[in-house]
Design a protein around this ligand. Structure first.
Ligand SMILES: C[S@@+](CC[C@H](N)C(=O)[O-])C[C@H]1O[C@@H](n2cnc3c(N)ncnc32)[C@H](O)[C@@H]1O
Length: 263
């Protein structure tokens, strides 16, 4: 099995389908990120960082929400980010595993759906906390995948387990988010809070956004799962051929927005 770092290999932006898969992720998760940021007592013109900004929806939203502030959208592969999207936006190619910002340079650092994929996630988290000014905020949003044997749908169980196994083999931890509040508290952050939202799938009449994203993800990485021996061709086909319907609706995980203040 190949062990590509996240963002290369199976989930590379060289694949034209990755743009739409990340768009579906934004549609599903932007309400969670926005609700977490909206509740924070930030200065009127904050300096913000969106680390691993992807297609940029959160960075663009922050730039519009704080027109007198500054927003840095940093990503190891910034090809989907448009530096002209807002006058107060800077797009930065940035590898969170190796690069850093000066201490105390942001009022807000938001990061979403990236740390769980990086083997260096705890180091990166510790480093990004240092980039926040005293009194500033960290907002880390990420998914938690339930153990696959908890689904009542066998076609799903195989696929979900194969996705988790594939991501784990390349250094990810699809259950890491569960420990995030404790890790953030251990790094000395105060006022730690957690909001949870279900990742619903199985029926696009309810929770359609997560559903479409999961389907797009499985369509994209399914052939690799089969090639790696993690999933049979038949199981992949069974999943993709299962018609959606309310009787299949369930949540396959949770999205957590973990927030903390740097004292
Ligand atoms: C699943 S996407 C999430 C994008 C965006 N945060 C969102 O939630 O819509 C993960 C992003 O992390 C980026 N990434 C992967 N490894 C990275 C690294 N070492 N440093 C910075 N960004 C990285 C990828 O290029 C990709 O854009």
């Amino acid at each position: 099995m190949r062990h590509d770092p996240y963002g290369t290999g199976v989930l590379t932006k060289d694949n034209p389908a990755e743009d739409d898969r990340l768009r579906l992720l934004e549609v599903a998760l932007d309400p969670v990120s926005r609700a977490a940021v909206d509740g924070l007592p930030l200065p009127a013109a904050p300096r913000c960082l969106d680390l691993a900004a992807g297609r940029g929806s959160v960075a663009y939203w922050l730039a519009g929400r704080f027109p007198d502030g500054e927003v840095v959208a940093a990503d190891i592969d910034p090809r989907y980010l448009d530096p002209t999207a807002a006058p107060n936006l800077e797009v930065l190619p940035f590898d969170a595993r190796e690069e850093t910002f000066p201490d105390a340079s942001f009022d807000l650092v938001h990061t979403r759906s990236a740390l769980k994929h990086l083997p260096e996630r705890e180091e990166v988290l510790a480093r990004l906390v240092r980039w926040v000014k005293p009194g500033g905020w960290v907002v880390a949003v990420d998914g938690y995948w339930f153990p696959s044997d908890e689904t009542a749908n066998p076609a799903w169980a195989e696929v979900v387990q194969a996705v988790v196994d594939r991501m784990t083999a390349q250094g990810g931890d699809m259950r890491w988010t569960r420990r995030l509040p404790a890790l953030i508290a251990r790094l000395g952050l105060a006022d730690v809070s957690v909001r949870l939202a279900p990742s619903l799938a199985g029926w696009d009449g309810w929770g359609a956004q997560h559903h479409e994203w999961l389907r797009a993800t499985v369509e994209q990485i399914g052939p690799t799962l089969v090639a790696d021996g993690l999933l049979t061709e038949q199981a992949l086909h069974r999943f993709l051929a299962t018609p959606d319907g309310p009787d299949l609706a369930e949540w396959f995980g949770l999205v957590a927005a973990v927030v903390g203040r740097v004292p």
